[in-house]
Design a protein around this ligand. Structure first.
Ligand SMILES: *Cc1c(COP(=O)(O)O)cnc(C)c1O
Length: 235
């Protein structure tokens, strides 16, 4: 016996899209300037198929291995599907990540950036690259500390020749997220970076007010995840 009815993924998606349009409108922005990244971690291919049927094409996963079990087949069937890596990336998985993902949102250290640069020379693939900033300076969380972000971005660009499309952050759970969104926006402004990936199920409307171009929404679309997989961790 299942305890809960299956989530209405198409209905949830419509509601999230409506809220994105409202938040964008309130900020004087176009809804089309905000990309909804549907975070499908822990959810199976059947759930993802419901989202695809409802027109969703951009998805996020936080583990390379889990994405490899679900997405190659879906990508073969939907050529316009775009997959974002939103979890920490180990250097030994860079080859697989570059092969599968269309965006890597979690560049956060020199050795990883070097490994990505090497892999881009070997593969024909050009995933969009985002630098993750640990805006809350939490020791357990991935991301470049804010004080080192400018130097890291400049090193990626000049020494490694990497184009940096965007910045990404995951605010501390107990903090006022707007402080973190504003900090990320300020670093992006200084560096001339266009994309800002910020905002999750609980705060994406606020993030859009602060200029988010990508919101990463899981629970509000697919329903609750098993408790064993905490936000923002994984390979
Ligand atoms: C899981 C996850 C999300 C989505 O979180 P929800 O609260 O379910 O919307 C967003 N960003 C990252 C990095 C995640 O790991």
């Amino acid at each position: 016996m299942s305890a809960e009815p299956p989530p209405d993924i198409a209905g949830n998606l419509a509601a999230v899209r409506r809220r994105i349009a409202e938040a964008a409108g309130a900020a004087g922005r176009a809804a089309a300037d905000v990309t909804l990244v549907a975070v499908s971690k822990t959810h199976d291919s059947a759930a993802i198929a419901h989202a695809l049927a409802a027109g969703q094409r951009v998805f996020g996963e936080n583990r390379v291995q889990e994405a490899q079990t679900k997405y190659p087949e879906l990508k073969a069937r939907h050529r316009d599907l775009a997959l974002h890596l939103i979890g920490p990336l180990q250097t030994n998985k860079v080859k697989d990540a570059v092969a599968l993902f269309d965006a890597i949102e979690t560049l956060d250290r020199q050795r990883l950036a070097e490994a990505v640069a090497r892999e881009l020379e070997r593969q024909e693939r050009r995933p969009a690259l985002f630098v993750q900033v640990n805006t809350g300076e939490e020791p357990q969380k991935a991301g470049v500390p804010p004080g080192e972000a400018d130097a890291f971005i400049e090193d990626c660009r000049t020494r490694l020749g990497l184009g940096i499309a965007g910045l990404m952050c995951i605010p501390p759970v107990d903090d006022e997220p707007s402080l973190h969104f504003a900090l990320l926006r300020e670093i992006a402004r200084r560096q001339g970076i266009a994309a800002l990936s910020m905002g999750m199920s609980g705060d994406f409307a606020l993030a859009i007010r602060f200029g988010a171009t990508h919101v990463r929404v899981g629970t509000a679309i697919f329903g609750p995840r098993p408790a064993a997989v905490p936000n923002g961790r994984g390979a």
